[in-house]
Design a protein around this ligand. Structure first.
Ligand code: TXA
Ligand code: MG
Length: 322
């Protein structure tokens, strides 16, 4: 995974066109936003998005933020309430991310939202990010462009220090000036602060004319309660490390030894392909399962992206809170 030559692209038309070309064919490009550098991939391409998790060596699948050039593009992906539109008009382009219901026909890869029915979305203000989004013509999924567990990068050389050899390119736009990530507001129910960030809470409350619910903001700790509740859980029971499913169980396979599997995450045993398929296949199986029918899952090796896959599968198999 560290055999790529990572190109450093200049902040000009040539650099933007090259970055857009790489993204359009499923590659990974780090780009500047006004908050921090993001590691971008085509948000419609599950395999490209799986590549983000592989490059970052992330041990779990957090849902990612989708970046779009303007409100009209955002409205094609998410369902906006009046409140959501007010916030977007007040703070976009800028360091505010809204978590909204995902449109069924949005065409966003399930891995981006970690299988959830909601989507985190923002319009960045950085001119290069905006030029890049227009040039590629697709929404970009982008977490901060750092290896998992390290601080977020605010310069291209920080990105190179962490990810050189693991991504295709970095678009060098100098220093990101906000330096902290975007503020995330959940709008599923009453407006809720999910992560403090670049836009002050007070400014958001002033726009809303009401206080934000600030219980249990999400942290980057995978086991923080706020994050657990934001995970998609199949309705069907899930059993792990099953090499021989019981009669009547649906079987989610991995690798070549799973003949007869209902779905196979990767017949070739490729972890990136498996990650790309994970959430879509869990949903498929959940839809197929009749009442009381369980899902058996083949063992997945616990290295590289396999760690994130197993983390997600363990959550799916854990006893449900009542
Ligand atoms: O400033 C930023 O927001 C940067 C730049 C690159 O835009 N991006 C960033 O992305 O910080 P990331 O992936 O590191 O953070 C995404 C956060 C995660 O904490 C995740 O839990 C939350 O957004 N999130 C994403 N989708 C969500 C959803 N559907 N529901 C709840 N939380 C969500
Ligand atoms: Mg981050």
């Amino acid at each position: 995974m560290s055999d790529l030559h990572t190109e450093i692209l200049g902040p000009d038309q040539g650099g933007i066109a090259r970055a857009a070309g790489i993204l359009c064919r499923g590659g990974l490009v780090a780009f500047p936003t006004e908050t921090v550098y993001g590691l971008g991939a085509d948000a419609r391409d599950d395999r490209a998005v799986a590549g983000i998790f592989a490059a970052k060596n992330r041990p779990s699948f957090n849902p990612l933020i989708v970046h779009v050039p303007d409100l009209a593009a955002a409205e094609r992906i998410a369902v906006f309430s009046d409140t959501a539109r007010d916030l977007a008009q007040a703070f976009w382009p800028g360091a505010l991310t809204l978590v909204l219901p995902l449109r069924a026909d949005a065409g966003i890869a399930p891995l981006v939202s970690a299988g959830l029915d909601s989507i985190a979305i923002r319009v960045p203000a950085h001119p290069l990010a905006r030029d890049l989004l227009r040039a590629c013509g697709c929404p970009l999924a982008a977490p901060s462009a750092n290896p998992s567990g390290r601080v977020s990068p605010t310069r291209a050389n920080h990105v190179m220090a962490g990810l050189s050899g693991r991504i295709d390119a970095v678009l060098d736009g100098g220093a990101a000036d906000v330096g902290v990530e975007s503020t995330i507001i959940g709008l599923a129910g009453a407006p809720r602060l999910l992560r403090p960030g670049g836009v002050p809470v007070e400014a958001i409350e002033a726009c809303l004319g009401q206080p934000l619910n600030v219980d249990a903001p999400v942290t980057d700790t995978p086991n923080a309660p706020g994050q657990l509740e934001s995970h998609y859980a199949p309705g069907a029971g899930v059993r792990l490390n099953v090499t021989q499913p019981d009669a009547g169980e649906l079987w989610l396979g991995f690798g070549p030894d799973c003949a007869g599997a209902t779905r196979n995450l990767s017949p070739a045993g490729d972890l990136t392909e498996a990650a790309a398929n994970l959430f879509g296949m869990l949903r498929d199986l959940d839809d197929l399962a009749t009442a009381g029918q369980g899902i058996a899952v083949a063992p997945v090796p616990d290295h590289g992206l396999g760690r994130a896959i197993n983390d997600r599968l363990r959550r799916a198999a854990a006893p449900r809170p009542g």
